[in-house]
Design a binder for this molecule. Structure first.
Ligand SMILES: C[S@@+](CC[C@H](N)C(=O)[O-])C[C@H]1O[C@@H](n2cnc3c(N)ncnc32)[C@H](O)[C@@H]1O
Length: 485
C-alpha cells in the first residue's frame, strides 16, 4: 500500500527547490489502491520522476511539459504544488493559528505556479501585477462560517438550508439557499469580502480557496483555515473571490502538521471524459483505464466486459488500446441502450472506435470456446445493484463461462467487486480454471472494493463445466434457502 502523505520527504521534489524555475512538482490524484498503476503510466509515457503517496502521485517535470501530464489516462485531477511544509507548527491558540495561516500566503512562491496556470487556462493577462505586503494580523473571525460554532439563537440559521444544519439547530422553514462549503470564503456568492478588504476595483482572476483538512488536533475548522489563507491571498494580489464562478482554485491541504498549497490545473475531474449518458453505477474512466492496464493488453487482443453497464470499460479501452477489439454486453436493456448512446456520442466527435455492445447474459456468452483474450469487468456489487445472494450464483456461473470463452494459459480476467466474500468463495471453487495471481484493495466512491487479477489455467474447461453445471441446481437451492431464512 502506498505510504500516507505525511510520510513523504518534501526535499525529494526538485520542483519545490528554491531557485529552480524550470521544473515544477505536480500532484495527480488517483483512486486509492491504484497509485502504482498511475506511476507506471507516468514513467512509461513521460519518463519523469514520480513519487507515490496514498491517493496521489507526485511528478517533477519541466514547465513546458505540464500539458503532457494532463493527457495521462490514469489520474483524476492534476494540481501544481506551490509550497509544502512538513511541520507547520500550529500554535495552541485559535487566533494564533488564524494569524499563521493568513501570513502563510506570503511565504508561498506564487510566480512559477501562476505562470503554469496562466498557460494551461489561456489567461490573457498577467495574474500577478503587484504583490502587497500583508497589513493585518489576520482576517476578522466570522463564526457563522463555522457551523460547529453556530448558536441556536443566531439569526443566521434562518437563512441556511435545513439540510446543512446540525441536528440541534434544525427548526422550521428557511427562505434562502446560500452556499456553504469548506472553501470558507463566504455564505453567498462573493459580495461578502474575504478578509473584509475586497474592493470593487479588484483585478485579476476570480479565485477561491478549498481546504482539505485531516487530523483532530486543530483548533480551527477547514472553512476558517481556507478563509484566513484566502484573505492573505486576496490582500497580497487584490484578486476577487468567487465561490462558484472562479477562474482559479487554490487548494490548502492540512494533515495534522503537514501542510501544502497547490493550484488546480484541471477544471473538472478527468474521469468524466467519456460519458454523455449516466447510469446508477458508473465507474470512473480513470479507474477503467487502470483496470485495463492491469491486463497488459496486446495488439489484436479481444477484450470483453460481460457486465458492462454504460460501457465505461470498453469505451476507455478502445480509446487507449485502439489496436485491440473491445466488446461489452449487459442483460439489462436500458444499460445496453445507454452504452450505445455513449458510444454514438464519442463517434460523433470523430473518434475511430474498435468497439461493439450487445444485450446478453454473462453466464451464456455468445462467443466460441477459447476465443477471448481478456475479460475486464466491474461486477454487480450487491450494495448498489443486485444482492449478495444473487452474486454467489452469478459470480460462480460467470467465472465458469468466462473460463470457457477465454484462451487457456494466456487468458486473464481483471474483476472489480465490493462483494469480496462471494468472489473469494467462488474463486476457490474453480482453481482448475482460474488462478488468482494478485488482488488489490481500492476505494470506489467511498466503498472498499477489490480488484482480482485472475490468470487462466491450461485446463480445457469442457468436462469441468459439465460437472459444474450439474451442481448449479444445488447452488440455486442453497441461495433460495438462504433468501427465505
Ligand atoms: C456494477 S454494474 C457495471 C457498471 C459499469 N461498469 C458502468 O460504469 O456503467 C454491473 C452491471 O452488471 C449487469 N449484470 C448483472 N447481471 C448480469 C448478467 N447475468 N449478465 C449481464 N449483465 C449483468 C447489471 O445490469 C449492471 O449493469
Amino acid at each position: 500500500m502506498a505510504p500516507v502523505i505525511t510520510a513523504l520527504d518534501s526535499t525529494v521534489f526538485t520542483g519545490l527547490q528554491e531557485n529552480n524555475s524550470d521544473i515544477c512538482t505536480l500532484e495527480a490524484t488517483v483512486v486509492t489502491g491504484l497509485e502504482d498503476v498511475a506511476q507506471q503510466e507516468c514513467r512509461e509515457k513521460l519518463g519523469a520522476p514520480c513519487t507515490v503517496a496514498r491517493g496521489r502521485i507526485f511528478i517533477d517535470i519541466e514547465l513546458h511539459r505540464v500539458p503532457e501530464v494532463l493527457k495521462l489516462r490514469s489520474v483524476d485531477n492534476v494540481n501544481i504544488i506551490l509550497k509544502m511544509v512538513q511541520s507547520f507548527g500550529f500554535p495552541s491558540e485559535r487566533e494564533q493559528c488564524f494569524e499563521k495561516l493568513y501570513k502563510f500566503a506570503e511565504t508561498v512562491d506564487w510566480r512559477k505556479g501562476m505562470k503554469v496556470w496562466k498557460e494551461i487556462f489561456h489567461y490573457s493577462d498577467d495574474p500577478i501585477k503587484e504583490i502587497k505586503t500583508l497589513q493585518n494580523d489576520y482576517a476578522k473571525p466570522r463564526p457563522e462560517l463555522d457551523l460547529k460554532s453556530l448558536k441556536a439563537s443566531s439569526e443566521i440559521i434562518n437563512q441556511l438550508p435545513q439540510s446543512i444544519l446540525p441536528e440541534h439547530l434544525k427548526t422550521g422553514g428557511h427562505n434562502s439557499v446560500p452556499e456553504v462549503n469548506n472553501t470558507g470564503i463566504g455564505l453567498t456568492e462573493q459580495k461578502t469580502p474575504v478578509g473584509d478588504n475586497n474592493t470593487s476595483d479588484a483585478v485579476g482572476p476570480k479565485f477561491r480557496v478549498t481546504c482539505n483538512r485531516t487530523g483532530s488536533s486543530h483548533k480551527f475548522g477547514s472553512p476558517e483555515a481556507a478563509r484566513q489563507f484566502g484573505a492573505g491571498v486576496n490582500e497580497m494580489f487584490g484578486w476577487p473571490v468567487s465561490l462558484s464562478k472562479f477562474d482559479l482554485e487554490i487548494l490548502l491541504y492540512i494533515d495534522t502538521e503537514f501542510v501544502y498549497v497547490a493550484v488546480c490545473l484541471t477544471r473538472e475531474p478527468m474521469f468524466k471524459r467519456n460519458l454523455s449518458h449516466f447510469g446508477p453505477t458508473n465507474l470512473r474512466a480513470t479507474t477503467c483505464y487502470n483496470m485495463i492496464r492491469l491486463a497488459s493488453p496486446k495488439p489484436g487482443d479481444i477484450i470483453v466486459d460481460p457486465m458492462c453497464g454504460g460501457a465505461t470499460i470498453p469505451m476507455e479501452g478502445c480509446l487507449t488500446y485502439s489496436n485491440s477489439m473491445h466488446i461489452g454486453g449487459d442483460n439489462f436493456g436500458q444499460a445496453v441502450k445507454r452504452s450505445r448512446e455513449n458510444i454514438e456520442n464519442l463517434l460523433k466527435k470523430g473518434k475511430s472506435m474498435p468497439i461493439d455492445v450487445a444485450q446478453w447474459d454473462a453466464t451464456k456468452l455468445p462467443f466460441r470456446d477459447q476465443s477471448v483474450d481478456v475479460i475486464v469487468s466491474d461486477l454487480p456489487f450487491g450494495k448498489r445493484l443486485g444482492s449478495k445472494i444473487d452474486n454467489r450464483v452469478l459470480y460462480y456461473r460467470s467465472l465458469v463461462e468466462m473460463a470457457r470463452v477465454t484462451r487457456p494459459e494466456t487468458g486473464r480476467a481483471i474483476l472489480l467487486t465490493q462483494d469480496r466474500n462471494s468472489m473469494l468463495k467462488n474463486i476457490k471453487r474453480v482453481p482448475m480454471l482460474w488462478r488468482s495471481s494478485a488482488s488489490r484493495t481500492v476505494n470506489i466512491g467511498g466503498l472498499t472494493a477489490v480488484i482480482y487479477i485472475l490468470q487462466r489455467t491450461s485446463l480445457c474447461p469442457d468436462p469441468i463445466i459439465m460437472a459444474e453445471k450439474k451442481s448449479n441446481s444445488i447452488i440455486d437451492e442453497t441461495s433460495q434457502a438462504s433468501a427465505s431464512s
